[in-house]
Design a protein around this ligand. Structure first.
Ligand code: PMP
Length: 284
């Protein structure tokens, strides 16, 4: 695989980062994942805009190559012959050559890394036909989940807790309400109404979420952006998640209780189809 590191395209074995890099020592880094369908980028502009915001919220410098990111993504797709998959991008505050809690001075340049993940069949994921099972766990993350940092240990633990319980993923709960999934936004459906938590510091502002809500409104579905509890989810007609790598994925069970009929719901299936169609059309 050919990867990108600070201006160079290298084979993955040759891409080396300092042991003092603040992403490694302090999780002082932000990231984005952009999916690729038919060799083209889905929602690139949304991911670039969110990256810029994450950097600015953390007072991190923009990498010098920021304006070339589209070109770099495309070059990696070309070099690695990606038809379906993802491009992972990470910016770290860089390496000051030692460990220090204080941020380094501005002459320390951020580290920029991108690599591809080939996933043939990503759009045809068989899980979308049967749906996924969710457990709920307490949300123990920090308070700025709107910033897409590489601080992912708790979400990883959540994923492992889900697997240990024979499920696929976990929804995190704070003050009695669902915040989001370990790596996705959470939704329930009641009748023709789609309910998903309002934006704030408590959740990541999903790029897929923004697109799906727009398509839902265009398809005359109702959208309510508000909190919901696990109990309300268990009594809903449908549930689903969204993310750049799963698109729209039906949820059929929450904490052992079947949602609706226990099969993927019509609205989730329809939104998945619309999202994939429209995203392919708009891909660049
Ligand atoms: N919430 C969290 C915690 C996530 O990690 C992700 C995926 N990175 C999402 C939501 C979904 O965001 P997006 O649609 O931009 O992939």
């Amino acid at each position: 695989r050919t990867v990108y590191l600070n201006g160079d395209y290298l084979s993955e074995e040759d891409a080396k980062i300092s042991i003092f890099d603040r992403s490694f020592l302090m999780a002082d880094g932000v990231y984005e994942v952009t999916s690729v369908l038919g060799g083209k980028l889905i929602d690139f502009a949304g991911h670039a805009t969110r990256l810029e915001r994450s950097l600015s919220e953390l007072g991190m410098q923009k990498p010098e190559a920021f304006d070339d990111l589209l070109e770099i993504h495309r070059e990696l797709v070309r070099l690695n012959e990606i038809d379906e998959g993802m491009i992972y991008l990470q910016v770290s505050r860089g390496s000051a050559g030692d460990r220090d809690f204080a941020y380094p001075s501005d002459d320390v340049k951020p580290t920029l890394v991108l690599f591809t993940q080939s996933k043939p069949g990503l759009a045809d994921n068989p899980a979308a036909k049967v749906g996924i099972k969710i457990i709920s766990i307490e949300d123990q993350r920090w308070g700025r989940r709107d910033i897409k940092t590489t601080q992912l240990l708790y979400p990883s633990m959540g994923k492992m807790m889900a697997k240990a319980a024979g499920c696929d993923d976990a929804w995190m709960v704070e003050d009695g309400n669902v915040t989001e999934g370990t790596s996705n936004n959470a939704y329930i459906v009641k009748g023709n109404t789609i309910i998903t938590r309002h934006l704030g510091n408590e959740i990541l502002h999903g790029i897929t979420r923004a697109a799906v809500l727009r398509f839902a409104k265009e398809a005359q579905m109702k959208v309510e952006e508000r909190s919901f509890s696990i109990e309300e989810a268990q009594g809903a007609d449908e549930a689903f998640i969204t993310s750049a790598s799963t698109f729209v994925m039906p949820v059929v069970e929450v904490d052992g209780a079947a949602i609706g009929t226990g099969k993927p719901g019509n609205i989730a299936a329809r939104l998945r189809e619309i999202y994939l169609d429209e995203s392919r059309k708009a891909a660049i």
